[in-house]
Design a protein around this ligand. Structure first.
Ligand code: SF4
Ligand code: SF4
Length: 313
């Protein structure tokens, strides 16, 4: 690993666009301590959640552009958007992959108990947050009772074939505090053993993600007087070999209001891609265009690197 401390984040450019990440809105049944989107149950207004016409526009873009291989649905809890199931079904009919950022506990919300069957029927790939296999740690970060509900939800997913060889179930780990995540090669075996022996639960891969020092997590660090130290830690662990694999090179993020960003982190920071409207997204080749960067980008390049797909090197 090459490690060099930089004064500013290096210039980076887009490669071929193969993934559309669509943030369907900020409504969520949880309000986690580290949520970079500031999601919560209070975010139910139209200004925070995608309308049907935007969903239709995105499906048409996917239909017309075969280089888009994957639609990555996130939120909030994307399942709480009334257009979520329509969006999944239409995209799968086009034979593209669908990733869903699934918080597991949303299965307990009214009308959502059949989500495991819906996911299986549409063969989506799931990415589920579980920042520890210990109850106290999960509840401290994600809310009282979240761990117990997550175990119930994971069992339902296993029962319909996720994580047991038929459909893909990835778990997502992020540190409880202001440290870098350990490599997944170290954490994954412990997760697999603990969840199997204690709960008879199974999953495919553990993705390790670095906490972004933005929004709710940034405020918490600031209150504790730890923000500067955390940003310094990210800079000190800059790893240039992560740069080629940054998710912003091959993906683009569309917000619930139709605005376009280089990634979900830039999306919540309002760092919009200039002069680019959704209708024109594929009218020009974006390869080689500069990516908008800021201090928070050092979270993607620290140590083994970090992205919505886990480590980068
Ligand atoms: S489940 Fe995800 S979107 Fe919801 S509050 Fe927690 S981190 Fe945010
Ligand atoms: S924060 Fe976004 S723009 Fe910055 S390096 Fe990470 S993925 Fe790329």
């Amino acid at each position: 690993m090459s490690s060099t401390q930089l004064a500013t984040f290096p210039a980076i450019q887009r490669g071929e666009l193969t993934t559309l990440q669509f943030n369907m809105g900020r409504l969520c049944n949880q309000a986690c301590l580290h949520c970079h989107v500031d999601s919560s149950p209070a975010r139910s207004g139209a200004e925070d959640n995608a309308a049907k016409n935007l969903c239709e526009q995105i499906v048409e873009l996917i239909r017309g552009n075969p280089q888009v291989l994957t639609l990555d649905l996130t939120g909030g809890a994307p399942e709480l958007n009334p257009n979520f199931r329509w969006m999944v079904e239409k995209t799968r009919e086009l034979d593209r992959k669908v990733f869903v950022r699934h918080n597991i506990t949303v299965q307990s919300e009214p009308g959502q108990s059949d989500l495991p069957e819906f996911f299986a029927k549409n063969n989506v790939e799931l990415f589920c947050s579980l920042p520890c296999y210990l109850e106290d740690n999960v509840d401290a970060q994600r809310g009282q009772g979240v761990f117990a509900q997550s175990i119930v939800g994971l069992r339902r997913l296993n029962q319909v074939g996720f994580g047991t060889g038929t459909y893909t179930l990835n778990l997502v780990y992020n540190p409880i505090g202001n440290s870098l995540p350990a490599p997944s090669a170290e954490l994954e075996p412990a997760y697999k053993t603990e969840l199997r022996e204690r709960f008879d639960l199974h999953f495919d891969r553990l993705l390790c993600i670095t906490n972004q020092p933005i929004h709710r997590f940034k405020s918490a660090l600031h209150r504790l007087g730890k923000l500067n130290g955390y940003e310094q830690l990210l800079r000190e662990n800059f790893n240039s070999s992560t740069l080629d694999n940054l998710m912003c090179r091959s993906a683009i993020s569309i917000r619930w209001d139709g605005k376009i960003f280089d990634c979900d982190f830039n999306l919540v920071q309002n760092l919009e891609i200039p002069n680019l409207e959704l209708k024109d997204l594929f009218a020009q080749d974006l390869s080689g265009n500069p990516i908008g960067t800021a201090e928070h980008c050092f979270a993607c390049t620290a140590g083994c690197g970090s992205s919505c797909g886990g480590e980068l090197v």
